[in-house]
Design a binder for this molecule. Structure first.
Ligand code: FE2
Length: 289
């Protein structure tokens, strides 16, 4: 009997089973709405954080959390996947032509295989057509951080040994690139650069882990837990070399167990191509993979 051979390792998952949200402060909710909902076409969460203090923006099964109390800028960029890249391009162009975000850091341009966009306060995004990152049709497939030369391998080791999440290490023209698997079709990327890096300003990411206590034990023993939030969540921000303890990078992780009440929450996503002139009855909801 002929038996088909499968690469079983390609479906292996490490301890981090999902990267759920990226959080940065924004100073102005109205402009954030124009960029994230109007331009990028994402959906304001209708159930949570509905007043002017904060705003959750749903992107498939991931989110941006945007508290309205300052400005934070991620050192690197965020990857995004959408089902209709052409639609994003058109909406961002319309937004630019409207002049609403004039005199801010807002930019948009078509690059090789993706659309680049910068939010009014300097956060950078690359938007790809669905199909580029596995089965993801709408979501955040990766967050890429710029890191100091000579740190990528140690950062990878931290995720492997402490968080129990596998990584790969490659080289590009500027140095090492560590890619950590943090969910189905999701990665954290740490790319070495010799360019000067701004100080860490406190933006954060949230991840779900299957083994919750193992990373906590390591971090707790070294005094690296920054918040014991509740039974189902803790936070840390220093990524250290697992052997030497040297701090290699800072990025706050909100670490959640699979018992966290938000785990697996169904996010509401709308079809941003709906409009008055070409309204499709029954077509408001975007079903995402
Ligand atoms: Fe958070």
């Amino acid at each position: 009997m002929d038996e088909k051979m499968y690469d079983r390792t390609s479906d292996d998952m490490g301890n981090i089973v999902g990267m759920e949200h990226v959080n940065f402060l924004v100073p102005n909710q109205q402009m954030a709405t124009d960029f994230y909902a109007g331009g990028l076409g994402f959906t304001r969460d209708p159930y949570m954080m509905v007043d002017t203090d904060n705003m959750w923006i749903n992107v498939g099964q991931q989110q941006f959390h945007l508290p309205t109390r300052g400005t934070q800028v991620l050192r690197g960029h965020v990857g995004l996947v959408v089902p209709d890249l052409e639609g994003v391009k058109q909406r961002l162009t319309t937004l630019r032509e409207s002049g609403k975000l004039q005199d801010t850091s807002f930019t948009c341009s078509a690059d090789n295989g993706y659309v680049s966009a910068t939010c009014p306060w300097g956060n950078q995004f690359r938007i790809y057509q669905a199909g580029t990152y596995g089965n993801m049709s709408l979501g955040i497939p990766y967050v890429e951080f710029d890191v100091e030369p000579g740190t990528a391998a140690g950062i990878g080791q931290f995720y492997m040994q402490v968080m129990k999440a596998p990584y790969t290490l490659t080289q590009d023209i500027n140095g090492g690139v560590a890619r950590v698997r943090v969910g189905r079709d999701q990665e954290l990327v740490f790319r070495e650069t010799s360019a000067p890096l701004p100080d860490y300003d406190g933006h954060h990411i949230a991840v779900y882990v299957a083994n919750f206590s193992g990373p906590h034990k390591f971090l707790c023993e070294r005094g690296l837990i920054t918040q014991e939030s509740d039974q189902h969540q803790y936070r840390f921000e220093d990524i250290v070399h697992p052997e030497t303890g040297k701090v290699l990078f800072k990025i706050e992780h909100e670490v959640r167990s699979l018992f966290h009440p938000m785990y697996g929450r169904e996010m509401v996503n709308r079809n941003p191509s709906q409009n008055l002139r070409a309204y499709s009855r029954g077509g408001d909801v975007l079903v995402v993979a």
